[in-house]
Ligand binder design. Structure first.
Ligand code: FES
Ligand code: FES
Length: 178
């Protein structure tokens, strides 16, 4: 039988150190071991429970946040790798208490049931539009496929995304216009 002869300290890994995280425009100094995920740092150390822990292994999308403006899975991201970068969670989306248009669209379209997947869905959906992957329902479904909804609210989620897409499209000035 193979036994681990390392001391308990070595077996636990390196000790915690101070990590400076910038989240939703605020700077935090947190004591974290190097192996702590960004998701655990946000939820357990900063009290930001919007990002959800569904699978904790990169398959459900419930933990989706933005790092430097790109959507990432917080459960697969080490918190220490986020030093010096800008992290945004669902808590950082509303502006002065006013819902982000995507949040409002999810409410208007009733795009959730239990709501557990919703923060991740919304964080992904905003980026989906910025990335230009919302041409039609098939493309929306493909580029949102990393966000699982066990309540199967997919038709309403797509409707919410279409609403925001069409509003943004209508708001763009016509080519050659004043
Ligand atoms: Fe991160 Fe499921 S909790 S992908
Ligand atoms: Fe329940 Fe999506 S609304 S998991």
């Amino acid at each position: 039988m193979r036994t681990d002869v390392r001391s308990p300290e070595v077996a636990r890994g390196p000790e915690a150190g101070i990590v400076v995280l910038r989240v939703n425009g605020r700077t935090h100094e947190v004591s974290l071991a190097p192996r702590v995920s960004l998701l655990d740092a946000l939820r357990e150390h900063l009290g930001l429970t919007g990002p959800k822990k569904g699978c904790d292994q990169g398959t459900c999308g419930a933990c989706t946040v933005w790092v430097d403006g790109r959507r990432v899975l917080a459960c697969l991201t080490l918190a220490v790798t986020c030093e010096g970068r800008e992290v945004t969670t669902i808590e950082g989306l509303a502006n002065d208490g006013e819902l982000h248009p995507m949040q409002q669209a999810f409410v208007s379209r009733d795009a959730f049931q239990c709501g557990y997947c919703t923060p991740g869905q919304i964080m992904s959906a905003v980026k989906l539009l910025e990335e230009g992957h919302a041409t039609d329902d098939a493309e929306i479904a493909e580029w949102m496929s990393g966000n699982i909804c066990r309540c199967a609210a997919y038709p309403n989620i797509r409707a919410a995304i279409r609403d925001v897409r069409d509003t943004q499209h209508d708001a763009q000035p016509a080519a050659g216009g004043a």
